[in-house]
Design a protein around this ligand. Structure first.
Ligand code: GDP
Ligand code: IMO
Ligand code: MG
Length: 427
């Protein structure tokens, strides 16, 4: 059985958490391979609603082993806080495994994230302020602290001394901030060592052995294609690889073992933070999508920017990730519109672009070329088969499928697990 990746096809918050949870009962492992607690996945199970940040959504499925892969950056206080919250709600978290090679978010990086944003002013990224960017920068600079370092106090102290030498200069001299001392930083990290130790292992080995045994591994992305550090709208991106390539580097599962890539795409588009967004709506229609779709950030509570479906982006995501199946989410939010615009291409200074413009400034100026599809009024939240959907909703799905570069195998019609129309079995 090959590994399966779930990735976001837009700017995040497409409903990856719900999709992962939906498949959870059919997989043995769910792996988070990138990002950290900048992610926010809402999963609704029966009457219970869970907001997960650092933990893979598979943690909610009994019998499934959740794994935090080497590509993740871990805020240990957040990790244990989330685990305690879930345990208090009766969720068994005992199977969680954490990569020894994952990096740790230290206090100085949380501070640097926030002060850098303030320093950038109008050029800010609109980050979640969780220390994600500075921690990945340290990883690339080869001055990061890894999970395994926490189990060797001498090494940990050496590494913290080295990195704090540098960070203290930057924080005090540029930003006028007093960083935590070496002792404070080391003590903060060591405090988690005993609880962390039983969870830590070579997760790459664990997952490849599971695949050898014919077990199923699901790789769950945080963030999304357009937020990917290589393939996204740089510099308005996160600092990790959120695409299917990142699923391999962030887990230790080789590309030859990846058999399926499920792209999660919303029936319209949202974005949190700064950066270009061609189909963004600044009018009542945008407000309508925000209100009906409850588009407020799971992590920061910020109102999400809203716009129509963008097929150029979907095609791009299909190509970059090798999407085999799309899950089209939140179709129910479009109910009650006379006509539903869908962006099929861009006009950039009089030139038509059917693909993502190569230059970022062209993307900033891209004006959507819309096709207007007929809307529907019927409540679709109870639909469970494609035939249950009104004719115009079916046509919307088919039209979007034809322009998005991969088949739409499932359609979301509500937040709960059950509120899903399956057209082709996903696993
Ligand atoms: P993620 O970051 O990709 O996991 O997505 P989020 O959880 O941040 O945001 C998606 C939101 O939409 C959550 O509140 C989900 O409960 C909700 N949701 C997911 N699928 C559907 C759907 O098909 N219909 C509706 N109405 N809500 C959905
Ligand atoms: P999920 O997994 C939506 C955005 C931030 C900001 C940019 C960089 O729930 O889809 P960072 O703190 O990562 O350095 O911020 O990326 N961002 C997200 N937007 N969903 C997310 O995660 C996001 N994670 C980061 O708003 O614009
Ligand atoms: Mg989210």
């Amino acid at each position: 059985m090959p590994a399966i990746a779930i990735i976001g096809a837009q700017w995040g918050d497409e409903g990856k958490g719900k999709a992962t949870d939906l498949l959870g009962s059919r997989v043995d492992y769910v792996v988070k391979f990138n990002g950290g607690n900048n992610a926010g996945h809402t999963v609704v199970v029966g009457d219970e609603k869970y907001a997960l940040h650092l933990l893979p959504s598979g943690i909610l499925t009994p019998g499934c082993t959740p794994v935090i892969g080497n590509g993740v950056v871990v805020d240990l206080a957040v990790l244990f806080h989330e685990l305690e919250d879930l345990e208090a709600r009766g969720v068994d978290t005992g199977r969680l495994r954490v990569s020894a090679n994952a990096h740790v978010i230290a206090d100085y990086n949380r501070t640097l994230d926030k002060v850098t944003e303030r320093f950038l002013g109008s050029r800010r990224i609109g980050t979640t302020g969780r220390g994600i960017g500075p921690t990945y920068a340290d990883k690339m600079n080869r001055i990061g602290i890894r999970i395994q370092d926490i189990f060797d106090e001498k090494i940990l102290r050496q590494k913290v001394e080295g990195v704090l030498d540098l960070k203290a200069q930057v924080l005090t001299k540029i930003y006028n901030r007093r960083p935590a001392t070496v002792d404070e930083t080391v003590d903060e990290l060591l405090a988690f060592a005993d609880r962390l130790a039983p969870m830590v292992c070579d997760t790459g080995l664990l997952l490849n052995q599971a695949l050898d045994r014919g077990e199923t591994v699901l790789l769950e992305a945080g963030q999304a294609t357009l937020l990917d550090v290589d393939h996204g709208t740089y510099p308005f991106v996160t600092s990790s690889s959120a695409t299917s390539g990142g699923a391999c580097t962030g887990s230790g599962i080789p590309p030859t073992r990846l058999g399926q890539v499920i792209g999660i795409v919303k029936a319209y588009t949202t974005r949190v933070g700064e950066g270009p967004f061609p189909t963004e709506l600044h009018d009542d229609a945008g407000e309508h999508l925000r209100k009906v779709g409850a588009e407020y950030g799971t992590t920061t509570g910020r109102p999400r920017r809203c716009g129509w479906y963008d097929a150029v982006i979907a095609r791009y995501a299909a190509r970059v990730n090798g999407v085999t199946d799309f899950v089209l989410t939140k179709l129910d939010v479009l109910t009650g519109l006379e006509r539903v615009p869908v962006c099929v291409a861009y006009d950039v200074d009089g030139t038509r672009h059917d693909e993502m413009p190569v230059n970022q400034s062209d993307f900033h100026h891209a004006v959507p070329i819309y096709e207007h599809l007929d809307g529907w009024w019927e409540d679709i939240s109870g639909a469970r088969t494609f035939e249950d959907l009104p004719a115009n909703a079916q046509r919307y799905v088919e039209a979007v499928e034809a322009m998005s570069g991969a088949r739409i195998s499932a359609v979301g019609v509500g937040p709960s697990r059950a509120a899903t129309v399956v057209r082709h079995e996903l696993i």
